[in-house]
Design a binder for this molecule. Structure first.
Ligand code: LER
Ligand code: MN
Length: 270
């Protein structure tokens, strides 16, 4: 398992679960200084000017790109794959497709989290799942051309009413036509929704494609009450070799959150 830390380029996410938010150069330099293997980037879109600097920065700091979030499509543009208007759903899909293309240059997978939206009003749950499933099949196959999966993230009940637990999501993913979809296991959402995080990880096994490494209160691991040893044992048992990526609140400040995460990862993997 390798270490990663989140870096947001979207001003609207201040106060959200992203550790570094002072720009790409600052975030890459500090990620490397703290000893992380990779950065997980949350860009405003595939056309963000700052992204042109990324190749040079990761080479200079010997970092990889762990994953790329697509949630700015929701946060900034209010796009979603289950929006009642077809034109908005199409824009959402194209926003994500462009980020898959961009992330693919760095052999990084894109994440579908907030962009899944929710079912409500005139949109029934079966309708929303039909739209979401079709989009995931299309985008999952698109990601395959870069030899990376597409990551789908179940969120807690306050953020979506589509899928909140990994087990039910794994069953549904199995009904879709793309075999290139993987689960993102966010330990913060799982702490809210799962009866047993470690048992769930063992049950969904090889479908786990990425881990958001957050404690129960969405602070750095070690600053909440999630018991890590059974979770790490479960990840080892399923052969997980991906990233432990800190998508956490920058508390008490970004440096302390980064330092505590690195300490926790070293302890977990010792
Ligand atoms: C995205 O990875 C996520 O976990 C959501 O809660 C949006 O912040
Ligand atoms: Mn997450």
């Amino acid at each position: 398992m390798r270490s990663a830390i989140t870096l947001s380029l979207v001003p609207e996410t201040r106060g959200g679960p992203f550790v570094f938010s002072e720009g790409l150069a600052d975030g890459c330099a500090r990620a490397a200084a703290f000893g992380f293997d990779a950065v997980e980037i949350f860009p405003p879109g595939a056309d963000a000017p700052a992204l042109a600097e990324l190749a040079g920065l990761i080479e200079r700091h010997r970092l990889a790109v762990a994953a790329v979030g697509t949630g700015a499509g929701w946060v900034v543009k209010k796009l979603s794959l289950t929006h009642p208007e077809a034109a908005v759903r199409t824009q959402a899909r194209e926003f994500i497709r462009a980020l898959i293309d961009w992330a693919g240059r760095f052999s990084a997978p894109a994440i579908i989290g907030s962009m899944q939206g929710r079912w409500e009003g005139a949109v029934t749950r079966p309708q929303a799942l039909a739209w979401l499933g079709e989009a995931l099949e299309d985008l999952g196959e698109h990601a395959a051309r870069y030899h990376v999966p597409l990551l789908y993230e179940p969120l807690n009940r306050y953020e979506t009413n589509l899928f909140n637990r990994l087990g039910e999501t794994a069953v549904w993913l199995g009904t879709l036509r793309s075999r290139n979809l993987r689960l993102l296991a966010d330990l913060f959402h799982m702490n809210i929704e799962e009866a047993d995080i470690a048992a769930t990880l063992r049950a969904v096994g090889p479908l786990v494609g990425h881990v958001h490494f957050a404690d129960s209160n969405r602070r750095a691991i070690g600053l909440g009450h999630t018991a890590m040893p059974p979770i790490i044992a479960a990840l080892r048992a399923i052969g997980y070799a991906g990233y432990l990526s800190a998508e956490i609140l920058p508390l008490p400040d970004d440096s302390a959150a980064a330092g505590q995460t690195m300490l926790a990862i070293r302890q977990c993997l010792a």
